[in-house]
Design a protein around this ligand. Structure first.
Ligand code: GTP
Ligand code: MG
Length: 348
């Protein structure tokens, strides 16, 4: 197994990156990343709901106008989004790497993410999707989310799954209204740590090259975090592995990034035993680990981004998947555009 550790610094490759926050969750998460200082190229936001832009500071917003009085569905959102293809095209101009961020299971993110991923593919742009899956209790969203996940995966060069349930477990007492904010902040802190933008940035951060090398696989990538407070670096790492195991089988991980955050006492032997622990839990398929750390924080925490999972617990959200097992004739969902049929009579 190869272990790579890197000094802080910028990516050696000059990527031309753009990212899109799509729908309510996508807009909130991307804007939270922005507030944490994480810049994924040029940020764009697209949604049908004006209030989704409340926390967005930039002007790169695409408001998709739905027909008044029509039934809102994924098909109608995609249909209405066709009118904005030029705007999306302009956002993709000169870009070679695209990040799409969306919550799945609703109508907007689930409709737009595959549509834009497909536009990226047609333009030879590498597309990485970050998708948030619905809570266990949002049963009415599971099927939609499962179908959208499969479709987005087929169009993405890499896909990172964020399990809302898993992060929310950390905050059992949080009122539901605050829970999204807590999840988004946890996520943004994890990503900003990876890039050396938190904890006063003392340590060894990871860069875009490493991230993309780990995430660019056919399988899923899953982010595991240790939660806000662990007693020791070792217990933090164990907790991050446990977090991954709730979403997918950690023994399937092929590549991983481990990031340890601790105080000034974080030692080389802490890092060595952290790697040893991850190896013992994760097992034989692991071919490469990138290690980053920071020492400017107050508490021990760890995060692990594992990639190469052939399945996650969310595959069950689309029950047709196992029945049809790849024999679908066409799973390309349609778009619908509202046309006033009365006007067609006048054409004759
Ligand atoms: N982490 C996180 N998850 C969210 C947030 N908002 C919604 N979600 C989750 O994301 C999934 C999709 O929800 P939305 O993003 O609200 O859906 P949408 O794409 O805006 O589509 P509509 O529901 O039709 O407006 C839901 O099942 C929620 O569990 C958020 O701010 N943060
Ligand atoms: Mg919404």
């Amino acid at each position: 197994m190869k272990i790579n550790s890197k000094d802080p610094g910028n990516s050696s490759v000059d990527y031309r990156i753009a990212s899109f926050g799509l729908g309510t969750a996508g807009c909130r998460i991307l804007s939270q990343l922005e507030r944490n200082g994480v810049k994924l190229g040029k940020h764009h936001y697209a949604s049908c709901t004006q209030s989704d832009f409340d926390l967005v500071s930039g002007k790169n917003r695409i408001t998709i106008k739905l027909p008044v009085g029509g039934k809102i569905s994924q098909r109608s959102v995609r249909g209405a989004a066709h009118a904005h293809r030029d705007q999306i095209d302009r956002a993709l101009e000169g870009v070679d790497t695209l990040f799409l961020i969306a919550g799945l299971g609703g109508k907007v993110g689930s409709a737009l993410a595959p549509m834009i991923a497909e536009m990226a593919r047609e333009r030879n742009i590498r597309c990485f999707s970050v998708v948030v899956m619905p809570f266990k209790f949002e049963k009415n969203k599971h099927f939609t989310a499962g179908v959208a996940l499969k479709w987005i995966r087929s169009l993405s060069d890499g896909i990172i799954i964020v399990d809302n349930d898993e992060i929310l477990e950390r905050f059992p007492q949080a009122p539901l209204q605050e829970s999204f904010e807590l999840i988004d902040k946890t996520l943004a802190l994890a990503v900003s740590r990876l890039f050396g933008l938190a904890d006063n940035a003392q340590g060894a951060s990871l860069d875009m090259d490493k991230l993309l090398q780990v995430v660019a696989t056919d399988g899923y990538s899953v982010l595991g975090t240790s939660g806000p407070r662990s007693d020791t670096p070792l217990s933090a790492v164990k907790s991050a592995v446990k977090s991954i195991s709730k979403t997918a089988d950690p023994r399937e991980i092929k590549k991983a990034i481990i990031f340890m955050a601790g105080n000034a006492k974080l030692s080389a032997s802490d890092l060595t035993s952290a790697i040893g622990t991850v190896e013992s839990f994760i097992g034989p398929r692991l071919s490469s680990v990138d290690l980053g750390y920071s020492t400017g924080g107050m508490v021990s925490s760890a995060l692990i981004l594992g990639s190469g999972f052939p399945v996650t617990k969310f595959d069950k959200y689309d029950p047709l998947d196992s029945i049809l097992a790849g024999r679908e004739i066409d799973f390309y969902p349609e778009s619908s555009i509202e046309i006033d049929l009365g006007r067609l009579e006048n054409i004759e």
